[in-house]
Design a protein around this ligand. Structure first.
Ligand code: IMP
Length: 184
């Protein structure tokens, strides 16, 4: 596996910027759900780092659960317009406050599919907390209730986001230099 320095275009969001913004989001969520019960639903795998950092700043009592939805790799960026649910939550969400925690929204198809499924279970509230919003790539209108950063149309990696399943552990968000990545 290659050293990421070989294809890192630039660091788009530093570790410090990420942590500062995530703390703000956690405080905002804590204010908005004060006195309420909350379930954070993390979309695997990309949302894992975001969830674990975010929940440290959420001071209202909350439970967590996980879903896995098919996404795509750097070599196959075409969308079918369909997202597949590979792993469902184990929690009954009827009449509960549900907040979806997701790493990135691109076309919006993944989030749309997850929201449609969860809505059928009649939660009390259903909102979304998205770390990165590639707003200009949106193909379907999906609600982004809490947003970490709006980012330009570039392929990014690190802090939960992968390139062919690697580099999720990096503490920052980097931009892939596609020419360098594909030429090596
Ligand atoms: P959407 O369904 O097009 O909104 O895509 C959402 C999913 O695509 C995310 O959950 C990510 O797994 C993946 N994705 C989109 N853009 C990127 C990127 O720049 N880097 C890594 N994964 C991405």
């Amino acid at each position: 596996m290659r050293d990421y320095h070989d294809f890192l275009g630039e660091i788009l969001i530093s570790e410090e910027q990420l942590q500062a913004r995530i703390a703000e989001l956690g405080e905002q969520i804590s204010r908005d759900y004060a006195g309420e019960d909350l379930l954070l639903v993390c979309i695997l795998r990309g949302g894992v780092l975001f969830l674990t950092d975010l929940m440290r700043h959420v001071t209202v009592p909350h439970a967590i659960d996980f879903m896995s939805v098919s996404s795509y790799g750097i070599g196959a960026r075409q969308r079918s317009g369909q997202a597949r649910i590979n792993l469902d939550i184990n929690t009954d969400i009827y009449e509960r406050n549900v907040l979806l925690v997701e790493d990135i929204v691109d076309s919006g198809y993944t989030l749309e599919a997850v929201l449609a499924l969860l809505r059928t279970r009649r939660p009390k509230t259903l909102r979304t907390c998205i770390l990165l919003d590639k707003a200009e790539r949106r193909e379907v209108d999906v609600p982004v209730d809490y947003c970490g950063f709006t980012i330009p149309n570039a392929f990014v990696f690190g802090y939960g986001l992968d390139i062919d399943e690697y580099y999720r552990n990096l503490p920052f968000i980097g931009v892939v230099d596609l020419e360098k990545y594909e030429s090596a």
